[in-house]
Design a protein. Structure first.
Length: 86
């Protein structure tokens, strides 16, 4: 799981051109990692991740925190296009 996470972080840094990552950004990266692993059946995610991957928008919005809600477009791109083998 650490290798999966480290690769996801590296791709996040490169894609967005970050030299350093804030606590909020790290939270979003953890959620993005969980979305990819849940979608790919590597590891089950929590309530928000399960709702998000299952396209249950109502449940996802109810379970999301403010930081995550502000990053729905990024998380959607991760869900649809974020694969570690690309």
């Amino acid at each position: 799981m650490k290798e999966y996470f480290d690769l996801a972080i590296e791709k996040f840094y490169k894609f967005y051109g970050y030299a350093a990552i804030t606590e909020d950004q790290m939270h979003v990266v953890h959620i993005a990692k969980s979305i990819m692993m849940h979608r790919d059946e590597v590891l089950n995610g929590g309530g928000f991740v399960t709702a998000y991957v299952d396209n249950d928008l109502t449940a996802a919005v109810v379970k999301a925190d403010r930081t995550v809600i502000n990053h729905f477009p990024f998380l959607t791109n991760i869900k649809l296009h974020g694969y570690l083998n690309n």
